[in-house]
Design a protein around this ligand. Sequence first.
Ligand code: GRF
Length: 206
Amino acid sequence: MGTTPLKLAVLVSGNGSNFQAIVDAIEAERITNASIVCLISNKADAFALERAKKHTIKSIVLDHKGYPNRQAYDTALVELLQQHKVDLVILAGFMRLLSPTMIEAFPNAIMNIHPALLPAFPGLDAQQQAFEYGARYTGCTVHFVDKGTDTGPIILQSVVPILGSDTLETLTQRIHGEEHRTYVEAVRLFCAGRLHVEGRKVIISE
Ligand code: GRF
C-alpha cells in the first residue's frame, strides 16, 4: 500500500514464545504494515534473545541491575524506544512494572498480555490463581497498559475452559496457545489502525 510500516518493539524477560508468534505472523504477512525494530530484554540470558538472532532482529539487553531505581531504568528505556522511533511497545513476558515515565511516553501504545480473563486474577501466577480458585473458565487478555497493574483498556480476550482432568501444567499450556493467537490478532488490529480507545473501552473499527 506504500505506507511506512509501524515500528514495533517487543520487551521480554524470558522464553519469548509470544514474541515468536508475532515474528512468525509478520513473516507470513498475517500482520502487515509492521516491522519489529528491536527486542529489548532486561535479562541477558533470556531465550527470546536467541529467537531474535535467528530472525536477524536487533536485540538489546537493558539490565535493570545497572540502574538505581525504576524511574532511572524507565527513563533509559524510553530513550531507547524513542531513538528507534517506536510506534507500539509490546510487553511479552516482561517481568517488570512500568513507571508513569513509560506510560506517559507511550499513551495507548503499550500492549500487554495477561494469562487470565481480567479483571479476574490480576498479578503474578494468574493461571495458578484461577486453577486453585476452582474457576470453570479462564483465558487470556490483551490490554493497553495504564498506570495500574493489569487494569488498562481491554483489547481482546480468549476463553479457556478449566477441565476436570486439567493439571496446572496442562491448563497453562492451553492458555499459552490461546495467548499466541490472541496477541497476534491484537497487534494485527493495531497495525491496521483499527483500535481506538474511548475511556475504558477499546473500539474495533471495521
Ligand atoms: C505469558 O504467560 C504471558 O501471559 C505473561 O508472560 C508469559 C510470557 O510467555 N505475561 P512467553 O515468554 O511469551 O513464552
